[in-house]
Write a protein that binds this ligand. Structure first.
Ligand SMILES: *Cc1c(COP(=O)(O)O)cnc(C)c1O
Length: 393
């Protein structure tokens, strides 16, 4: 088959299934409102939860680092790319996470692939929550370990499987805050199981870093479990506003990953401005807990308003991820498209990202949304509420 025919066939299939996607250019900076095609659109679709992506202190840090050190690291960490800034940021991250050590990765995707694939192999088993992020799923696949998917947050089902499946090494892997549902993993119970079955526990704090915990270090911090989690992973690209990712844990873990994680060994180190921006962001999130409080307030305001309109909303009461369950993929995309005509950007999430019949509009709030912003979003949802309900049921 000619390549062009293949692409055209595939596209027709996607269009017929209502699954065709396209990129939409955003003009201007990442903010609570976005400039799309000359219109100011309220953004309910960003992981820039604390509004740090264009914060003056991060910009200043990045610009200074560019001036002092240039735009690139020149090589991988193990060759000549391990700059002083990388080491300083890793020390800062270890302090933030209350662990022995930390290691930077290019992105959360790289971190998850590299960690899982190095920690377990063909004679091992990895136990993965059914709603885990795609990067964790891909890491499991790449590891060639026996992959055991357990029902979402089902501690008993996981215990049964841990008891049943023979393996040299075991690894339990979970999101802390689930990206599409906004609910939390039962981390204390997972720590108990990991200890009982001598399994390693890896927690992905992508949506909790900067957001949960007294200092913003995540759900592990909020629950006081830092000493009991083998691998604490998080991204610098969401609430921290920049780019890159980290893994925090024991000296043993970090030494192991430096030597074995292929997604860290065979790739160029993070550029100086990215590292400097992350360092500034880490300081800021610890110094300004009011950003986290504003995020929680906005989550609460949007969620309770949507519920009053009759929408079926998932997640926790004051969570920043506010998924509006619709059901069908077409109805979900229609709701999202109609919201955009009201200048509200809230993306529809459909299969295969979520299970069939559970398509949803995934709204997320930001600390930088004002009450008026949230109320404007609610006003847009209000005009669509009756129709949305008819479409679902
Ligand atoms: C976004 C995300 C990642 C990937 O992080 P990046 O730094 O964007 O590559 C990993 N895990 C979860 C749960 C995520 O939501």
């Amino acid at each position: 088959m000619r390549a062009d025919d293949f692409f055209a066939d595939e596209r027709r299939r996607r269009v017929a299934q209502g699954l065709q996607r396209a990129l939409r250019p955003i003009d201007g900076a990442q903010d609570a409102r976005l400039d799309i095609d000359g219109r100011s659109v309220l953004c309910l679709s960003s992981n820039n939860y604390l509004g740090l992506a264009n914060h003056p202190l991060l910009i200043e840090a990045a610009v200074s680092a560019v001036r002092a050190y240039g735009v690139g690291a020149g090589a991988s960490r193990l060759i000549s790319g391990s700059m002083r800034g990388h080491h300083a940021l890793e020390a800062q991250l270890a302090d933030f996470k209350r662990t022995d050590a930390a290691l930077l990765f290019t992105s959360g995707y790289h971190a998850n692939l590299g960690c899982i694939a190095s920690l377990v192999g063909p004679d091992d088993a990895v136990f993965s929550d059914a709603l885990n992020h795609a990067s964790l799923i891909d890491g499991c696949r790449l590891s060639r370990a026996h992959v055991v998917v357990y029902p979402h947050n089902d501690v008993e089902a996981l215990a049964e499987r841990l008891a049943m499946v023979p393996a040299r090494r075991r690894l339990i892997v979970t999101d802390s805050v689930f990206s599409m549902d906004g609910d939390h993993a039962p981390l204390a119970a997972l720590c108990d199981l990991a200890e009982r079955y001598e399994a390693m526990l890896m927690v992905d704090e992508a949506h909790a870093t900067g957001v949960l915990g007294a200092r913003g270090a995540g759900l592990v911090e909020a629950l006081g479990l830092s000493a009991r989690v083998t691998v604490q992973m998080g991204t610098l690209g969401k609430a921290l506003g920049g780019f890159g990712a980290y893994v925090a844990g024991s000296h043993g873990l970090i030494d192991f990953l430096i030597n074995r994680a292929r997604t860290q060994i065979f790739t160029t180190a993070l550029p100086p401005p990215v590292v400097a921006a992350a360092a500034a962001a880490l300081e800021l999130v610890q110094r300004e807990p009011e950003r986290r409080a504003a995020l929680r307030r906005n989550g609460q305001r949007l969620r309770s308003g949507l519920q009053a309109l009759g929408y079926d909303v998932l997640g926790t009461d004051d969570g920043h991820i506010v998924p509006v369950l619709v059901g069908g993929a077409d109805a979900t995309m229609a709701l999202s498209a109609r919201l955009l005509t009201h200048d509200v950007l809230a993306h529809g999430i459909r299969p295969p990202t979520v299970a069939d019949g559970t398509a949803r509009v995934r709204a997320t709030v930001m600390a930088t949304h004002t009450d008026a912003d949230i109320d404007a979003a609610l006003a847009a949802f209000a005009t669509l509420a009756p129709r949305a309900r008819v479409a679902v049921r």
